[in-house]
Ligand binder design. Structure first.
Ligand code: PMP
Length: 344
């Protein structure tokens, strides 16, 4: 047993996964009559590749990793769900999350009857290593998010490495917003730490939220078990095609990301000048967290004007905080114009 297989739910090691028609025969043929597909409506009549071989190869080249270390699926939300199903025994195992953070880690765990323990983030929204150390052997999975949603900060490299050294379960680092940050991706740590899983997505910087394409990067034993338990055709052909097309638009993408980062800096400066903004938190993402005098009041004011932001004030440590997505120049101008009309 490897370090990874000893963490997997034991019954899954014996599980015989569903074999699709395409798993049984993947070569070139004259005629495929093996999957009960329609002969009409060409192209979309055929089931997609269950392993998304072409997309995974393209992602691997893009990220500088091996295809065997890449999982692609229906948003990174699918990867979160599959990791829980692969490693955590309902009613027995628990995960550790560090609020305030992305809500799906807890929701997905709760739906499976997997325990969720919380350890609040510490100063500057960094994980408190000393407190984590005391709990480092109790959990199958620790979910971290960097840049963190909704606080916007990166987890410091030295803290993450220290955590990776002591935590006995999987350490999942969700990098949904990494393209907007000045820091390095933690993908470079994969070789050194086999229990690290990095999540990324096509939904944010790549602008493909509607297509639902997410990625997980991990040791091949982790990828293998996710593939074993996923639905056979977890990514549809239209989404695979959209993702492949987007990967070929590297220059456009880079221009768009740079523009969002510029807009973020501009918006932060403008927020700082507003009398009802108490604090603008630093951001390495495409959103900005602000603390205001009365978040519910401001939220309702903006909503009445047709501008919807995210009220995060019910999360721990985030009293009176709103999370605002960075739009394009036109959208941000409209936001600022409206905010300047706000009187307490
Ligand atoms: N992780 C984080 C931190 C997110 O904020 C989100 C979406 N808001 C996701 C994952 C889900 O991304 P996807 O669209 O790839 O499922």
């Amino acid at each position: 047993m490897t370090e990874i297989t000893s963490l997997i739910r034991p019954h899954l090691l014996q599980l015989m996964p569903y074999a699709t028609a395409r798993d049984e025969y993947a070569g070139e043929a004259k005629l495929f009559l093996d999957a009960n597909e329609s002969p009409y409506n060409l192209k979309l009549n055929r089931y997609p590749d269950p392993k998304q071989t072409v997309l995974r190869k393209a992602v691997a080249v893009w990220k500088g990793v091996n295809p065997e270390n890449v999982f692609t699926g229906n948003g990174s939300d699918e990867a979160i769900d599959l990791l829980l199903r692969a490693f955590c025994e309902p009613g027995k195992d628990a995960i550790l999350i560090m609020p305030p953070t992305y809500g799906m880690y807890a929701v997905a765990a709760n739906t499976h009857g997997i325990g969720v323990d919380e350890l609040l983030l510490g100063a500057d929204f960094q994980p408190d290593y000393e407190k984590l150390l005391q709990r480092s052997k109790q959990y199958k999975i620790l979910f971290l998010c960097s840049p963190n949603n909704p606080t916007g900060n990166l987890i410091k490299n030295d803290i993450l490495e220290k955590i990776l050294q002591v935590f006995s379960g999987l350490v999942v680092v969700d990098e949904a917003y990494a393209d907007f940050s000045g820091g390095d991706s933690n993908l470079t740590l994969l070789k050194k730490f086999p229990r690290l899983v990095v999540l990324q997505t096509f939904s944010k910087a790549l602008g493909l939220a509607a297509a639902r394409v997410g990625m997980a990067f991990a040791h091949k034993d982790v990828i293998e078990v996710l593939d074993r338990i996923k639905l056979p055709y977890n990514l549809n052909a239209l989404s695979i095609e959209a993702a492949m097309k987007r990967l070929k638009q590297k220059e456009t993408l880079s221009v768009q990301i740079k523009s969002i980062i510029r807009q973020r800096q501009k918006l932060m400066k403008s927020f700082e000048k507003l009398p009802f903004v108490m604090k603008v938190f630093p951001s390495e993402a495409n959103f900005i967290l602000i603390k205001v005098t009365d978040s519910n009041h401001l939220y309702n004011f903006l909503a009445q004007k047709g501008i919807i932001v995210r009220n995060r004030s019910n999360q721990p440590l985030l009293e009176n905080c709103l999370r605002i997505t960075v739009g394009n120049a036109h959208q941000n101008k409209l936001l600022m114009k409206t905010l300047r009309q706000y009187n307490l």
